[in-house]
Design a protein around this ligand. Structure first.
Ligand code: FES
Length: 102
């Protein structure tokens, strides 16, 4: 997919919360960081943990399985045991709709 696609309503992703959506067979975690929505794969690069079930704090999301952390904006690892970054997606908000490009 090379164009933006509506995946959720802005109101679906509350401040500091995560919402997982499925887009073309891929699970993507929408993360609301201080009112801005970012999108990352719902798949921890350590051992495929469900990142979308993790908590967000200090701009990072923590994997609920073994505690790896990733920068929500960049996908970079900020805490082991993961070493590879998680994929991020471009997000655009239009009106009440959240759109991502994947
Ligand atoms: S699967 Fe995420 S830290 Fe291990």
């Amino acid at each position: 997919m090379n164009s933006f696609k509506t995946v959720a309503k802005v109101s679906d992703v509350g401040a500091g919360r995560v919402k997982v959506v499925e887009v073309e067979g891929k699970r993507i975690a929408l993360c609301n960081l201080d009112g801005t929505i970012y999108a990352i794969d719902d798949l921890c690069t350590h051992d495929n943990g469900p990142l979308g079930e993790g908590e967000i704090f200090n701009g990072q999301i923590e994997c609920p399985r073994h505690g790896a952390r990733f920068d929500v904006k960049t996908g970079k690892v900020t805490c082991l045991p993961a070493v590879m970054p998680v994929k991020t997606y471009e997000v655009k908000v239009e009106g009440t709709e959240v759109k991502i490009k994947s």
